[in-house]
Write a protein that binds this ligand. Structure first.
Ligand SMILES: CC(C)(COP(=O)(O)OP(=O)(O)OC[C@H]1O[C@@H](n2cnc3c(N)ncnc32)[C@H](O)[C@@H]1OP(=O)(O)O)[C@@H](O)C(=O)NCCC(=O)NCCS
Length: 168
């Protein structure tokens, strides 16, 4: 895959060192920096993508979602609207009376494997893997790994079906 580096500071979009593949579409009011987005992926309006996040090819990232540092999204993944990833299990604003810096917290990685879908307004706790082809229900809170191909939903998310209907 070959990448182009985008930088744009306009009233409509803020892109700082965003590595994009071919045919990537980034809609207005996206804030992205230091991340990578693979060929053919679409990023909806009001999405934020942080540094060191990676998004694969042919993904759909719907509006208002937050993809934080430490998140790795494989190819063909659907992220619904207002999906929130988490990378800090025990967040604090300050350390020793001062605003925290990067040195004061630990980033926990999360993976979304190929072809998985995450429903709108789901929250994905850190340190989990969402397996290939799995579906996460709308509004779910995912606290544990999701098996490949499963449908999960609820808070905390539990397996509803072991195999999503469109999987052979
Ligand atoms: C999770 C999902 C795929 C399940 O679909 P399904 O297999 O057809 O499930 P059903 O509608 O038969 O529901 C099965 C049970 O799970 C519950 N359930 C379904 N979706 C749920 C959700 N998101 N959260 C909590 N419970 C849910 C149902 O209430 C039902 O419970 P019951 O057995 O006690 O009555 C679907 O409901 C969903 O949330 N899809 C995501 C849609 C989305 O966000 N799209 C984004 C772009 S528009």
């Amino acid at each position: 895959m070959s990448f182009t580096v985008l930088n744009e500071d306009s009233p409509r979009r803020s892109l700082v060192h965003v590595r994009v593949g071919e045919g990537v579409k980034i809609f207005n009011f996206v804030n992205a920096y230091g991340c990578e987005i693979g060929d053919g992926t679409k990023v909806g309006t009001f999405v934020e993508i942080q540094k060191n996040a990676r998004i694969g090819r042919n993904c759909k990232i719907s509006s208002h979602s937050f993809v934080c540092e430490g998140v790795e999204i494989a190819d063909d993944v659907f992220i619904g609207h207002n999906v929130t990833f988490i990378n800090d299990r025990f967040p604090r604003a300050t350390a020793a009376g001062k605003l925290q810096t990067e040195a004061d917290w630990k980033c926990e990685a999360t993976k979304v494997e190929c072809g998985a879908s995450i429903g709108s307004s789901a929250t994905i706790l850190c340190g989990v893997t969402i397996g290939a082809g799995a579906i996460v229900g709308a509004g779910s809170v995912v606290t544990k790994n999701v098996p490949a191909g499963a449908v999960v939903a609820g808070n905390p998310a539990r397996v509803l079906r072991k195999k999503a209907p469109d999987l052979a």
